[in-house]
Design a protein around this ligand. Structure first.
Ligand SMILES: Nc1nc2c(c(=O)[nH]1)N[C@H]1C(S)=C(S)[C@@H](COP(=O)(O)O)O[C@H]1N2
Ligand SMILES: [Mo]
Length: 306
């Protein structure tokens, strides 16, 4: 299998994965326990176990086991195909809709004003596998604030590139291309929501959604739309690619919820990529980020708004 990389250097030589692990252990960042605001005692007693348990997946795992249907539907397709045809530069992102300062930005101009942050998040695919990914990116809220959305803007819609030359899978009628996704405004403004620009300190590989993709760690992976070319503020809830394809299976909210099964499989447990094939872990409400995000959904019936 030919997997093209940004260069021939092994990722571990550029940004040693061990540094991330050591830093996390040093900070006691067990599964983001600090950010989670977990009681100190809980964080302290669970950190050793969780630091080991929630260690980031390897560069190899993160960049060769992917969902990116614009490049094929097998997990290995994106790594094989995306680097061949996707051209992440030059890249333009349009920001428009209900906002005072719409604009068309070259990728570098969009990202330049912000400090790139490192955020290691759990990532849970709706197919019941998971990873831990050390992202680099900018908080989505900062990009939204710059656009000055109007009070009538209640949702944000995201759109992937539509270009069957760069994304040959868009010639096949798998989804209603281009892939779109959406968030409610308060979800999009949540500090955990990230526009990712890299992984392990390296630019985002094509198969992971170069040059810019969304990461919403408390939601199923399909919300984390890749290779974004448009961010639009709307009054109405936007249509989303997977909801259009199978509305009974994939809702707009898509919050990770072990108590609400997919119609065809349980969501109670998950397989962490890299674990032994038979090990299953319990899936956590909101993927473990409930302390930070549950208040967004107070009073909502999460079975109805799945
Ligand atoms: N444009 C686009 N974005 C996408 C997808 C896709 O097929 N096309 N797949 C989604 C799904 S189902 C998952 S699980 C994640 C996978 O991200 P990863 O390959 O970086 O792990 O990307 C999401 N974003
Ligand atoms: Mo997914």
């Amino acid at each position: 299998m030919l997997i093209r990389r940004p260069d021939d250097t092994r990722s571990s030589e550029i940004t040693p994965e061990r540094d991330y692990l050591d830093r996390r252990r040093f900070l006691g960042l067990a599964a983001g326990a600090v950010a989670l605001g977990a009681p100190a005692s809980l964080a302290a007693c669970s950190s050793a176990e969780a630091a080991q348990d929630d260690k980031p997946n390897s560069w190899e795992e993160i960049t060769t086991y992917n969902n990116f249907y614009e490049f094929g539907t097998d997990k290995s397709d994106p790594a094989e195909n995306a680097p061949r045809t996707l051209k992440p530069r030059p890249w333009t992102v349009q920001i428009d809709g209900l906002c005072a300062r719409p604009g068309r930005y070259a990728y570098d101009d969009l990202v330049k004003p912000y400090r790139v942050e490192h955020r290691t998040y759990r990532f849970r695919c709706v197919e019941a596998w998971s990873m831990v990914i050390p992202w680099d990116g900018i908080p989505l809220r900062q990009v939204i604030a710059r656009a000055q959305p109007q009070p009538s803007a209640r949702y944000v819609e995201f759109t992937t590139l539509m270009d069957p030359v760069q994304m040959p899978g868009e010639r096949r009628q798998i989804l209603d291309w281009p892939y779109t996704e959406g968030l409610r405004m308060d979800e999009a403004m949540h500090p955990l929501a990230l526009l990712a620009t890299g992984i392990y300190g390296r630019p985002l590989p094509a198969q992971n959604g170069a040059p810019l993709r969304l990461v919403v760690p408390w939601k199923y992976g399909f919300k984390s739309i890749k290779s974004i070319v448009r961010i639009r503020f709307t009054a109405q809830q936007p249509a989303t690619a997977w909801n259009k394809a199978a509305p009974d299976e994939y809702g707009f909210y898509a919050n990770v919820n072990p108590q609400v099964d997919h119609p065809r499989w349980s969501q109670a447990r998950e397989r962490r990529i890299g674990d032994g094939w038979f090990r299953r872990r319990d899936t956590l409400p909101f993927n473990g980020y409930a302390e930070q995000v549950a208040s967004l959904y107070r009073g909502m019936d999460l079975r109805r708004f799945f």
